[in-house]
Design a protein around this ligand. Sequence first.
Ligand code: ADP
Ligand code: MG
Length: 403
Amino acid sequence: MKEPFSDLLKESPIFKNRNALSQSYVPETLLFRDKQIDYIVKILTPSLKGDKGRNLFIYGKTGTGKTSCMKYVLDKVRNISTVKAKISYINCRLHNSRYRVLNKIVSDHLPVYAKHGYGTVDIYGKIIHWIEEDSKILIVVLDEIDMVTDLDDLVYTLTRANNDMKNGGVVLAGISNTISFKDRLDPRSLSSLYEAELVFPPYNSNELSEILRQRAELGFKRDVIDPSTINLAAAISAKDSGDARLALMMLSNAGELAEEKGEKKITADDVKEASKNAEEEIAYELISTLPEHQRLIVYAISMLTLQGSRYKKLVAGEDTYLFSGEIYDKYVAVIHSLRKEPKSSRWYRKYISDLEMQGLVATYESGKGIRGHTKLIKLLYPPAKIKATIEKGLFNESEAEGK
Ligand code: ADP
Ligand code: MG
């Protein structure tokens, strides 16, 4: 009989440290981001010394190193004993409403009040009192801030806090993956949030190669992967998106494939195969964290893609493209069947450009055709799988949240 768990206990011929290849791992040195790190440090320094510094807003596509750079800076800060400021790092994917964000601040700094089920006003009062009592500076880092559903309320509350206090202050650092995020804020919140701004550009192929090389050394055993194979993974990711997360996922999936196949080395074929899986995994992750209306728009797109466009004959050869208008109609129908209110078509167009930014859809202008000037939209992932993923989420949804 085979020893139970023998596979589990056997040492991997490929991996030295799987964790080093995961996307949550922050390497000791972040490559190509000196300028960005210096800028974050420069903007936060006054606040760390106890003055009310400037709010900072950071944006760039997924996988450009925003979270890693921020965490890197915050880790350094933690080791400096003279730092006056208190810091809350908040992942807004998890804490996606004003209430949840305030609750997270309380649980970070005033844990006795957390989990008491206090309402927003009470929590807010506790935080203000705590800041004022000895003129603290509270730095609130809102990562993936675009995930917050009542965003204006949140930004307004946190910036207004400075008017409600005689001593101390709140400084915000918002991080977003979408540029059109700006359009979601009212002008007042916008101007208070954007006191300083920082952009993270996508990585090019050479930069991704370096990033992957650094991680391959930590994650894989010696000579398991050739430089040319790393370059291939980098080139594929650079062409698609410049997303380091995608590149890393591809690399570690390629390692898993090589291990499954009992290979001694990761091959180019493993990388190509892994690139398909990595894309799908990322699509599912993206969808699971999309705000409700955007998710339902993607749902409408997946349904229509499966049915085929109503205007198929008008766009000969482009049968996987859909008309913007028919998607909107489908979205409205879906929303009504859920007994909810649809967003206006103006919002709809913004959402579509967000979805394009995130790489879920591609769009192009039809030019002057029979139906006049219109936008054509194409889903970039398998529609049946996308539809099933969203349906799973729709029926598990529960929104029992005190506001
Ligand atoms: P973002 O927050 O912009 O989506 P992340 O900071 O989460 O991106 O980065 C995604 C992954 O890529 C992480 O695993 C991170 O360690 C890695 N990474 C990103 N930028 C760099 C870099 N400059 N050097 C090394 N690793 C990086
Ligand atoms: Mg991030």
